[in-house]
Design a protein around this ligand. Structure first.
Ligand SMILES: [Ca+2]
Ligand SMILES: [Ca+2]
Ligand SMILES: [Ca+2]
Ligand SMILES: [Ca+2]
Length: 414
């Protein structure tokens, strides 16, 4: 899959390989590429990759990689690194990663609720194998949450699915799902429509090249009032044995889209505000003429946590630098985050831990909402460390049975 994965506009190449490690070729910008898959943690050398696609699940502007492995664990790699160091972390849940005879993988907002879904098309080649659907919900201070959804009739447990794609066939603003079958048995095509989210807003953006063709390799960012920036790639072909439409489809839920930015692979870019009349429509974006490239003449609203920079593009506001007294005196340590910032107490903690909000204890770096388990680690020296975990993380399991480093913890519900 070829797209601006690691940088603003240059196209990198990710190869989800069978029989051998994956490649992640970083575009050096001078016609050469360097494979950084191993350093980035996406080599996965023992698995056989099938469908792959890119999406920004946590809306931090960095593209994340999701792919299925043939009868192996499926991956959802969140991009963590910065411009110099590329690093990914697999956040796939147990259910999400469950091995299956997978073919195409699609990431799209099927119900236009603002959060992305991941669809796995499985082939029933030795007994039945249902297709599956997961919603990946962004969380402000934590990794996205993954939940399995009912895929309805599109489960096709006996389907010999070999490829799938999305587009809006009937023009109602909701993506429809097309699944092709064959290879090991002749079956007709199927097309599914989503029966949820009809009241949610949406926007479809089609960037063009200077010659009027679909701009493969372009990146489209839509800024919103409340849910931050939503990024889509017009990729050069994702899925498996198929290719997605060259359209950036945005589900907006009840949020309001304020402006759109498009980055072409040659470095050209454009930013312009969105009119309320343009919501729920298909927007064509021409390749910019010289004079259109600079700062837009009309004021752009970037939404909460973002501000317009000198180039007229929306960027994260560094609250810690811009407003040195943004944090209260009992939590004076400010850390800038994408679209927001964090304040914490001035307390020193061991690696992997951070002070809790009032600075009275060191807690694990995860911050989950909801009920919490308090775990005590009993070391030989009788040193006691407290860490809090959410119930979400453990679901029905005993809070300390599911994580290896938790084996020696004693837990109580706080
Ligand atoms: Ca991301
Ligand atoms: Ca959704
Ligand atoms: Ca539709
Ligand atoms: Ca910020």
């Amino acid at each position: 899959i070829s797209s601006p994965t690691l940088f603003q506009y240059l196209s990198d190449v990710f190869c989800d390989n069978e029989y051998g490690p994956n490649f992640l070729f970083v575009n050096n910008g001078d016609g050469t590429f360097t494979d950084v898959a191993q350093q980035a943690g996406v080599e996965d050398p023992m698995q056989h990759g099938r469908g792959v696609t890119l999406a920004d699940f946590n809306r931090d502007g960095k593209m994340d990689i999701v792919y299925g492995n043939w009868n192996g664990p499926h991956r959802l790699y969140l991009q963590l690194g910065n411009n110099r160091k590329h690093r990914f972390k697999d956040i796939a849940s147990q259910k999400f990663s469950m091995p299956s005879p997978v073919r195409t993988v699609i990431a799209a907002d099927f119900d236009n609720d603002n959060e992305l879904e991941v669809f796995f098309n499985n082939i029933a080649y030795r007994g039945s194998s249902s297709n599956r659907l997961f919603r990946v919900t962004r969380r402000e201070h934590g990794d996205p949450q993954i939940e399995e959804l009912n895929v309805g009739e599109a489960a096709e447990p006996e389907g010999r699915g070999t490829g799938a794609a999305v587009t809006d066939f009937d023009g109602d603003g909701r993506l429809d799902l097309l699944i092709s079958h064959g290879e090991s048995a002749a079956q007709p095509l199927s097309i599914y429509r989503v029966n949820q989210g009809s009241t949610n807003s949406w926007l479809r953006v089609i960037p063009r090249t200077q010659y009027g063709a679909y701009a493969r390799g372009a990146k489209v960012v839509v800024y919103t009032k409340r849910s931050g920036p939503h990024t889509r790639i017009i990729d050069g072909g994702s899925g498996y044995l198929c290719e997605m439409e060259p359209v950036a489809h945005f589900g907006l839920g009840k949020d309001i889209a304020t402006n759109v930015e498009v980055y072409w692979p040659d470095g050209k870019s454009i930013a312009r505000p969105l009119e309320p009349s343009e919501i729920n429509s298909v927007l064509e974006i021409r390749y910019p003429r010289e004079e259109e490239e600079g700062t837009p003449e009309i004021e752009i609203e970037c939404g909460q946590g973002f501000a317009m920079n000198e180039n007229g593009r929306c960027t994260d506001k560094d609250e810690c630098t811009q407003f040195p007294s943004v944090c209260p005196t009992d939590r004076p340590v400010c850390t800038n985050t994408y679209g927001s910032h964090k304040c914490r107490a001035n307390k020193r903690c061991n690696q992997g831990f951070e002070p809790n909000d009032d600075g009275s204890a060191c807690v694990g770096e995860w911050a989950y909402p909801g009920p919490r388990y308090v775990c005590f680690l009993r070391l030989q020296s009788f040193q006691r460390v407290i860490v809090t975990f959410s119930k979400l993380l453990f679901s029905s399991l005993h809070p300390c049975t599911c994580m290896t480093y938790c084996l020696h913890w004693l837990c109580t519900v706080s």
